[in-house]
Design a protein around this ligand. Structure first.
Ligand code: ADP
Length: 474
């Protein structure tokens, strides 16, 4: 499109959308997700730009981009990717138009989104105010309440003293879960089942949150027994259109972190699916959500569902949604960031029709026999599972790759797409068994056990699955 401005009237509101073409994208990230975004740029004819720390100077994500720049020299490996002023300077010095944050690192930092915009660049993600609101568990819950979305009973605000914690537990009953109010990634969480354990666990969770996130404030929720984790993928544009791309089931978790994800959620009652997806869209419209995002819910065995949080970014498991809907979420993110509307992209609710079943396994360089301790070193042999219906999203799976101890242990995401859950499981298990990785240990033996488990194949697992099945570790 050649327009620079588009005036729209939607209902009684007037919108004026600026159309700002994106010719180059810097990915403020590394590894697998950087490569995923570069591929999307490449297909759209957009120049891709990488940043890399000195530890990553030989990493493949650097070589997959059209240009790459060293960042954070003299800083520790993770801090290099968090250096906002330097990332902005690289963009300015090299005439880059837009920034994609990926997941992790700066992706949920509203100050980063704001700095990108203040520099006159396009941020490929939601508005900084929305990033901030959704990143704060308490503010996000308030938004959910205001939009009429059911939430888990919990504290109205962050709790900083054990007396407040005891009071909440006495009033709402046990079990409860303590969460870092300003944290994520399953860290700093504790489940408490006995009154006499409240105080001690509060202290521990508080200091864990303090050291991991720099703020010890906790948030207390009623613990839902045997929940399934079901989340709704959303896409919004600058004109206020929001669509959902159905749901994913991410119940297979270890220490509250996702290991295997799938779409759609197996055996989900259609009425519940409709209610969840429309609630998610309502919440997004309520906060003025644009770009890609996810609303996460917990569902109990009686069919009640409760909002837990919004991830205002692309997620690791976005791939399974792409497989069943045929929508490229990363390309859509770039297009809506330019100011193109969803209908112009051919993305309307009626046109999004899920087809088949997709599963993603996160293959990591972790040793299941040693309590998933990360392994490092040189990959001496690497052969991947491939073939019909298998997609591989990765960056360090090749012979000669050096797996360093500095970053996340994700090696490759294996995605299987087939007509239904059992055939997708068979395809995934077959592909996993084809892998040959020598030089570093991987979690593949564990994943093969999951894929061969009858409960998993039947689609009847909840978040207790891994804990309750120690034979999966053998
Ligand atoms: P994070 O931001 O760290 O990812 P979430 O709030 O998304 O944390 O929760 C991660 C996982 O922890 C959920 O998928 C679920 O398995 C578990 N969990 C979180 N809150 C509850 C709860 N109230 N009851 C039961 N399980 C919970």
């Amino acid at each position: 499109p050649s327009r620079t401005h588009l005036n729209l009237t939607l209902g009684c509101r007037q919108y004026s959308i600026e159309y700002k073409p994106i010719r180059s994208v810097l990915v403020a990230n590394r590894g697998e997700i950087a490569v995923r975004v570069f591929r999307a740029c490449n297909e759209l004819g957009i120049k891709s730009v990488a940043i890399y720390s000195k530890e990553d100077r030989a990493h493949i994500h650097r070589l997959k981009a059209d240009e790459s720049y060293l960042v954070g020299e003299g800083l520790p490996p993770v801090a290099a990717y968090l250096n906002i002023p330097e990332i902005i300077k690289i963009c300015k010095d090299h005439g880059i138009d837009a920034v994609h944050p990926g997941y992790g690192f700066l992706s949920e930092r509203s100050d980063f989104a704001q700095a990108v915009i203040d520099a006159g660049l396009t941020f490929i993600g939601p508005h900084p105010n929305v990033v901030q609101q959704m990143g704060d568990k308490v503010a996000a819950r308030e938004a959910a309440i205001a939009a009429g979305v059911p939430i888990v009973p919990g504290t109205d605000g962050p709790v900083s003293t054990k007396e407040e914690a005891v009071e909440f537990c006495a009033k709402h009953g046990l079990p409860v879960i303590f969460k870092a109010a300003y944290g994520g990634g399953g860290r700093g969480m504790r489940v408490v089942r006995k009154m006499e354990e409240v105080e001690e666990n509060f202290q521990r969770a508080h200091s864990e949150a303090e050291s991991a996130f720099g703020n010890g404030a906790l948030f207390i929720e009623k613990f839902i027994e045997r929940p399934r984790h079901i989340e709704v993928q959303l896409l919004g544009d600058k004109a206020g259109n929001v669509v959902h791309l159905y749901e994913r089931d991410c119940s297979v978790q270890r220490r509250h972190q996702k290991v295997v994800e799938m779409a759609p959620a197996p055996h989900l009652d259609l009425k519940i699916r409709d209610a969840m997806t429309s609630m998610a869209v309502k919440l997004a419209k309520h906060v003025g959500y644009e770009n890609a995002g996810t609303v996460e819910f917990l569902c109990d065995a009686s069919g009640n569902f409760y909002f837990i949080e919004v991830n205002a970014r692309l997620q690791v498991e976005h791939t399974v949604t792409e497989e069943i809907t045929g929508v490229d979420l990363v390309q859509s993110q770039i297009r809506v960031a330019e100011g193109i509307t969803l209908p112009e992209l051919g993305i309307t609710q009626e046109k999004i029709q899920p087809s088949g079943f997709a599963i993603q396994c996160r293959v990591t360089t972790e040793d299941p026999a040693k309590n998933f301790q990360p392994d490092t070193g040189r990959i001496e042999v690497f052969r991947s599972g491939e073939g019909m219906g298998i997609r591989l999203d990765g960056a360090s799976g090749f012979t000669g790759a050096i797996i360093s101890p500095y970053y996340d242990s994700l090696l490759v995401k294996v995605i299987a797409h087939s007509k239904d859950l059992p055939s997708a499981c068979a395809k995934m298990e077959r592909a996993l068994r084809e892998f040959r990785v020598r030089g570093v240990k991987t979690n593949i033996p564990f994943l093969v056990n999951v894929l061969g488990n009858q409960k998993f194949i039947n689609g009847s697992v909840d978040t207790y699955f891994i804990d309750e099945n120690p034979q999966l570790f053998k």
